[in-house]
Design a protein around this ligand. Structure first.
Ligand SMILES: Nc1ncnc2c1ncn2[C@@H]1O[C@H](COP(=O)(O)OP(=O)(O)OP(=O)(O)O)[C@@H](O)[C@H]1O
Ligand code: SF4
Ligand SMILES: [Mg+2]
Length: 357
């Protein structure tokens, strides 16, 4: 489903080798001014994303996980250009999106799309589904006959009928509306889709169906997903790579098994230890780690390591020196001065990881 059709190729687009990641994000920062927030040092800002870097290859899924407010949605929105980053770069297929004119950016948008958490809010209630799905194709100059073919093919792939095209969003269930949101993301034949908690607004019984659908579509069209979810078991099931975010930064990233079976950052270990495990034997015997308090305000983050105010391993150095995201010799990246790899899910309380609060 990739390749240039009537939407054309961007000027300056380079023929890239397979080793070039589809998406390369470097030092991404996004700050929002705080309304009425003027402190002693001038205007205050929320640092929603505070220097995030990652790569995503074609056909792969990278998941962003972390507590509410850590910057997952803002990162995804900067990647698909719903938001302009404050600084840093987002390269898509070797092209720095910052360097594109407004016209070229508009043309490139078809290659990366987004699916939102609330399908109800993301569909225009006054437009039929047919109109909603045709709109982006019209904007990108796709021939009407080809548009109709694409929409019909995708509707059938997500198990909706042609007759549904004349109906309005309120006439569908939540799961059906999310299927429509997925078709809308797919009509322009993107290569990357950012999925921001695509199942968390749905009934549990529907969630698994939508996850299976997303997997099938990814494999069929060779899509890359930037996936955001709170459910760590869903993330584990769907991802190739996982990046754990805390207060606007990535604190640990690696392959699925690196992060789940060999986590080395205290925050990742706390997240994994808090996630329920369906096996009651493991659930009973694994160590408990209780995180103290809430995350600090992103308006005034702690000095040094951002996690230090909740970390049971914090040392004086942690307040002075910000840890860099680097491989401490375990084959994946960790931002901690004192990393210790451990399998939190299966380790036993008589061999605790770093102690528990
Ligand atoms: N438009 C905005 N204006 C001001 N602050 C914002 C804006 N959007 C996000 N923020 C703040 O930026 C931080 C990161 O928000 P973001 O929505 O990216 O977090 P998240 O990880 O997606 O959280 P959740 O899991 O709750 O969706 C939060 O402190 C949030 O309040
Ligand atoms: S750098 Fe220090 S405070 Fe931060 S996670 Fe590591 S041990 Fe904890
Ligand atoms: Mg969010």
């Amino acid at each position: 489903m990739t390749g240039s059709t009537s939407e054309g190729v961007l000027p300056g687009e380079v023929q890239t080798g397979s080793e070039t990641p589809l998406l390369r994000v470097r030092d991404l920062v996004k700050s929002f001014p705080v309304r009425g927030g003027v402190g002693r040092r001038g205007k205050s800002f929320v640092q929603a994303v505070a220097g995030v870097s990652f790569d995503l290859s074609r056909g792969e899924t990278l998941s962003l996980v972390g507590e509410s407010g850590c910057g997952k949605s803002t990162t995804a929105r900067c990647v698909v250009r719903i938001l302009d980053p404050t600084s840093g770069s987002v390269e898509f297929d070797g092209i720095d999106l910052n360097g594109l004119s407004a016209d070229d950016l508009r043309r490139s948008r078809r290659r990366f799309q987004m699916v939102f958490q609330d399908p109800q809010a993301s569909l225009n209630p006054r437009m039929t589904i047919g109109q909603t799905l045709s709109e982006p194709l019209h904007i990108h100059g796709v021939d009407p006959a080809e548009s109709r073919d694409r929409i019909r093919e995708l509707m059938s792939l997500v198990q909706l009928r042609d007759g549904d095209l004349d109906r309005y969003p309120h006439q569908f269930s939540g799961g059906q509306r999310q299927r429509i949101g997925i078709v809308r993301a797919l009509v322009l034949r993107p290569e990357l889709i950012a999925l921001d908690e695509p199942v968390s607004a749905l009934d549990v019984s529907i969630q698994a169906e939508i996850i299976r659908l997303l997997e099938r579509l990814r494999d069929q069209f060779g899509l890359a997903y930037l996936f955001i979810a709170h459910d760590l078991s869903v993330v584990r099931h769907l991802s190739d790579q996982v990046a754990v975010m805390y207060l606007g930064t990535i604190v640990e990233s690696g392959s699925n098994s690196d992060v789940y079976d060999n986590s080395a950052h205290p925050y990742t270990q706390a997240l994994l230890a808090a996630a329920p495990i369906p096996d009651p034997r493991i659930e009973r015997t694994r160590p408990r780690i209780v995180l103290a308090g809430d995350p600090p305000s992103p308006i005034n983050p702690p000095t040094g390591c951002r996690f230090r105010t909740r970390c049971w391993k914090a040392q004086p150095r942690c307040a002075e020196e910000e840890p860099v995201l680097a491989d401490p010799g375990i084959g994946h990246l960790v931002a901690c001065h004192y990393p210790e790899a451990s399998n939190v899910i299966t380790s036993r309380p008589d061999r605790p990881i770093g102690g528990a609060l």
